[in-house]
Design a protein around this ligand. Structure first.
Ligand SMILES: C[S@@+](CC[C@H](N)C(=O)[O-])C[C@H]1O[C@@H](n2cnc3c(N)ncnc32)[C@H](O)[C@@H]1O
Length: 275
């Protein structure tokens, strides 16, 4: 995850909250829900395979927060985290794997996910839409083939996708957390390529802002494109799990398997591919 340190200072030159902010910590708090993801992985694995998964690979792992929660859940588990950004991996190793005995069961690989097929694992995940960095069909197919090759014979792959009528408009969506505001900005959408440019900003009570803490240049893939490419890569079946929403349109964290849904301003799905 490349981190930009562009920060606005408060008047008077005093250090602002944005100056002291740690973008990785803010990102984890605002964006990630590893416990809920792991609960979903376990339910799907037990349903398809009637056994417990032991080994996990987290692609695009960033700070490897999910690996940490996975390892903390059972002494029998192992994890491999893969990310291109060494600075983020180092931050994650120090924050999540120091002094807790978990590092012995963790492998962090500073590599391209396209190039990793070993060690073979029970479960591979790619969360928060990260595979959208692959912008062409051959490239995404290559990634799914690498995932397939890196799974044991009865392995499972779980990933996530977002979309909806609001996913392709230029908007800023703000969400209040206890000590800061999370801002998701969709800056640009190109209808010809379906590429999007998005930024994450963090705002603080003192008025300071950590601008463009993270930037993503993605191709916004559709669900059928992803399903077709997973099948082409060799997976035997692919299911889409739709997140249910409450009356305000907010996600509930509950998902059902689906073939048809009403269009929504914004949706988020888990996609489960069975080897
Ligand atoms: C959106 S962050 C994901 C962070 C975290 N895993 C999550 O679920 O929120 C995307 C991460 O993917 C990494 N990345 C991008 N392209 C990659 C590639 N080809 N191979 C490995 N990592 C990659 C970036 O360095 C960044 O840390």
């Amino acid at each position: 995850m490349s981190v930009s340190k562009r920060q606005k200072k408060r008047r008077g030159g005093k250090p602002s909250a944005a100056d002291g902010a740690d973008p990785h910590a803010l990102y984890e708090e605002a964006v990630q829900s590893p416990e809920a993801d792991i609960e979903f992985f376990l339910a799907r694995f037990r349903q398809h395979r009637s056994r417990e998964p032991k080994s996990l690979r987290e692609d695009f792992c960033g700070t490897a927060y999910l690996c940490q929660r996975w390892l903390a859940g059972s002494d029998e588990r192992t994890a491999v985290g893969v990310d291109l950004d060494q600075e983020t991996l180092t931050w994650g190793r120090e924050r999540h794997f120091t002094g807790n005995g978990l590092a012995a069961r963790l492998e962090l690989l500073n590599r391209d996910v396209l190039a990793v097929t070993e060690p073979r694992v029970d479960l591979t995940c790619a969360m928060n839409f990260s595979f959208c960095v692959f912008k062409t069909r051959p490239e995404l197919l290559r990634y799914f083939q690498a995932v397939h090759a890196g799974l044991v014979d009865d392995g499972l792959f779980v990933t996530e996708l977002y979309g909806g009528t609001e996913a392709i408009v230029e908007i800023e969506d703000e969400r209040e957390l206890d000590d800061f505001t999370f801002v998701w900005e969709q800056k640009r959408y190109n209808p010809v390529t379906h590429e999007v440019l998005c930024h994450i900003h963090f705002g603080f009570r003192d008025g300071s802002v950590l601008e463009r803490a993270f930037t993503y240049e993605w191709r916004l893939w559709s669900i059928p494109e992803v399903k077709e490419l997973l099948l082409e890569a060799g997976f035997s079946g692919v299911d889409v799990y739709w997140e249910e929403t409450d009356e305000d349109g907010d996600g509930t964290g509950l998902h059902h398997i689906t073939l048809e849904e009403e269009n929504q301003e914004s949706w988020l799905v888990y996609i489960v591919a069975v080897k």
